[in-house]
Ligand binder design. Structure first.
Ligand code: DQA
Length: 163
């Protein structure tokens, strides 16, 4: 693991940032036929519990504001090891979030609850994908768990490679 901290060598547990974009705070009540009945707090609890199993520290956040998401991605460069992002509707519009992810240099995995390719044509294109190591969509909240497994493995492989 590349140690990105002011005190190199102190961190042994990888840190991952799980970012959620606009309207994901409405999960549970928002179009449950598409997004399911779990709330974002439920998704966060599952991710935290899975983080303990994987032995990774989970920082789970949501914002409706593009600039806040950009700020968090920029900050992550300094003290996180990887990013999982469901950018919500910004997926389909935000060059700023794409640029922030590219600038961070961190491995990123894109997640969507729904299968965006089965939905409106404007949802088929993702700006985020260009910066993502991979994308998981269509598995509901389980997609976050799959993304955590993938990211934890990437980070382990990276650590093995970098020594
Ligand atoms: C979403 C898909 C997006 O198209 C939509 O705008 C969302 C949620 C998903 O998780 O399926 O807000 O990212």
């Amino acid at each position: 693991m590349a140690i990105r901290t002011n005190k190199p060598g102190l961190r042994v547990t990888p840190k991952i940032l799980i970012l959620n974009g606009p309207n994901l705070n409405m999960l549970g009540t928002r179009q449950p036929e598409i997004y399911g009945s779990e709330t974002l707090a439920d998704v966060e609890a599952s991710c935290r519990s899975h983080g303990e199993t994987l032995e990774v520290a989970v920082d789970f956040r949501q914002s409706n504001h593009e600039g806040v998401l950009v700020d968090w991605i920029q900050e992550a460069r300094l003290d996180q090891d990887g990013i999982i992002i469901n950018a919500g509707a910004y997926t389909h519009t935000s060059v700023a979030i794409l640029d922030a992810l590219l600038a961070s240099g961190l491995p990123a995995i894109e997640v969507h609850l729904s299968n965006i390719h089965q939905r409106d044509p404007f949802r088929h294109h993702s700006y985020i994908s260009k910066a993502a190591r991979g994308m998981i969509c269509g598995f509901g909240s389980h997609g976050y768990i799959l993304a955590m497994d993938a990211l934890a493995r990437l980070l382990r492989d990276q650590k093995r490679h970098n020594g």
